[in-house]
Design a protein around this ligand. Structure first.
Ligand SMILES: Nc1nc2c(c(=O)[nH]1)N(C=O)[C@@H](CNc1ccc(C(=O)N[C@@H](CCC(=O)O)C(=O)O)cc1)CN2
Length: 479
């Protein structure tokens, strides 16, 4: 339990309709007495006049007292619901912190206290951080699960089973001269640990989805110069009311916009026009475009059939340099792309742009009659909006599948690198155990203890002191 009391504005940017100042710690009741004259009845919203130490009225608002330890932080909590003016809030915080032992809270300090007082574990704390950061429905759902203890339940379940397995092994030390009994126990324990390993593998197979929920499904828009890449991105962004973020140039040559498509953040990168060039500056842009493609979950290959053979050939040539095995065969030609033969599992959609303009006849002559619109996955016009809905629907579908949301799957996903790394480490330790049936029982038991400890670092029961500053400093003040 902490001896100092913390206070902060918990409700966000001012001015606001109503502002909530939260106070947690032994002086919470004292703050209520100082500002309202008395502590209102527990857990009841009470209308009070708040005054400073000179008796001047700060505001008339709602006060609530929650007595510890059954509170969100595990400590006494006072809440002041004020009119959301900057001067009102400043005067309230000033009056609350005027007393020795009461100070302004650090970022995440309320949540940190909840963790330190055993109200939540570390994965739940991380889930709360993600809940506050969630911008899309998919992120929201994953964070609600995690804040509600889904990962905690999973990891604590594995820990309990490992502890039990270890106890069996340790008990078998006593039978070490009666070979049969020991072998039996070892076989059972191995079987149980193998079950846990299978569950961990399944859990980790969802980790990529967690990454997509956290940082977005990445779509690279590529094509020859003037193929209509920027117009397409602008048209998509205009139609989607919810633009999550718009980053004008992560680099000078790549424009990014994140759209909320069906609850998944989808990060579009508009790359510099791809072309072979001896010009140095342009070459850098092209190199960036290649990098963006190599990292993308999906590539939109844009073709303006008006441009004729030259740019198309150069574009084909450049696409053939993409090494990403998920995307393109090294010798894929644009014809292959259009035919779909180069795709297979590769995530690439071909898009004919400027559909409002007639397809030139010269091109049809050059490529044969197959070279028609139905050879492309999509035919769109940024100008008229034709085809855009079909394209966004398909992208949303692919993003949802990649994020594992298509089946409404409600399994807990390790969203953070920290979580994935520790689960991966646990799996490695347990694989070492099951891969080694000849291990002496003592060594086996020690291996299982190491695996448990690794899970303990996930939930925060084992050696995480140095981590807490890092984790909680990423929260906002007042959380
Ligand atoms: N005004 C206000 N709204 C808020 C919060 C807050 O701190 N203040 N929260 C801040 O995060 C969230 C709600 N979280 C809370 C979690 C637990 C308890 C609580 O008092 N729990 C006790 C008693 C439970 C009961 O009576 O049913 C307990 O768990 O023992 C309160 C709020 C969101 N809304």
């Amino acid at each position: 339990m902490h001896s100092d009391t913390i206070a902060a504005l918990s409700s966000g940017a001012l001015p606001s309709g109503v502002a909530v100042v939260r106070v947690s710690g032994p002086d919470a009741a004292g703050a209520l007495t100082r500002l309202c004259g008395a502590v209102p009845p527990e857990r009841r919203a009470s209308l009070r006049t708040f005054r400073d130490s000179a008796g001047a009225v700060i505001d008339r608002g709602i006060a609530i007292f929650f007595a510890g330890p059954n509170t969100v932080t595990g400590e006494d909590i006072a809440e002041f619901h004020l009119h959301g003016g900057p001067a009102v809030v400043a005067a309230c915080l000033e009056a609350i912190t005027a007393t020795v032992g009461t100070r302004l809270a650090e970022p995440g300090e309320f949540t940190r206290r909840a963790f330190e007082n055993g109200r939540i574990d570390l994965t739940e704390a991380e889930g709360l951080g993600d809940l506050i950061a969630a911008e899309t429905e998919g992120q929201h759902r994953a964070a609600i699960l995690q804040a509600g203890g889904a990962l905690r339940a999973l990891y604590e379940g594995w820990m309990a089973r490992l502890t039990e397995a270890r106890a069996h092994l340790e008990a078998s030390f006593d039978f070490s001269d009666e070979g049969d009994v020991g072998d039996d126990v070892a076989a059972t324990v191995h079987e149980r640990v193998a079950e846990i390993v299978a569950e961990i593998r399944d859990h980790l197979s969802r980790a990529d989805r967690g990454e997509i929920l956290r940082s977005g499904y990445k779509v690279a828009i590529v094509g020859a110069p003037n193929a209509g890449k920027s117009s397409l991105l602008n048209a998509l962004a205009d139609r989607e009311v919810a633009i999550v973020t718009e980053v004008p140039g992560t680099t000078r040559d790549v424009i990014e916009a994140t759209l909320d498509l069906g609850g998944i953040p989808v990060r579009f990168s508009d790359t510099a026009g791809i072309r072979e060039t001896s010009d140095k500056v342009e070459a850098i842009g092209v190199e960036r475009a290649r990098e963006v493609m190599a990292k993308a979950d999906l590539v939109l290959a844009l073709v303006d059939t008006q441009q004729g053979h030259g740019p198309l050939a150069r574009f084909t040539e450049l696409l053939s340099h993409v090494k990403h095995p998920m995307m393109l065969a090294a010798d894929a030609s644009l014809e292959d792309l259009a035919e779909g033969t180069a795709r297979g599992r590769r995530r690439i959609l071909t898009v004919r742009t400027k559909a409002d303009q007639p397809a030139p006849s010269g091109l049809a002559a050059r490529f044969g009659n197959e070279w028609t619109d139905f050879r492309f996955d999509f035919v769109v016009s940024a100008k008229t909006g034709a085809g855009l809905d079909a394209l966004t629907d398909r992208i949303a579908e692919l993003a949802a599948a990649a994020a594992g949301l298509e089946g409404g799957g409600e399994a807990a996903i390790p969203l953070r690198t920290r979580q994935r790394d520790l689960v991966t480490e646990t799996r490695a330790i347990l694989e070492e155990f099951i891969g080694n049936s000849a291990l002496p029982a003592e060594v086996g038991a020690e291996t299982l203890r190491r695996a448990s400890d690794t899970l303990g670092r996930l939930t925060g029961t084992v050696g995480v002191e140095d981590l807490l500053d890092v984790i909680f400093s990423q929260f906002c003040i007042g959380k």
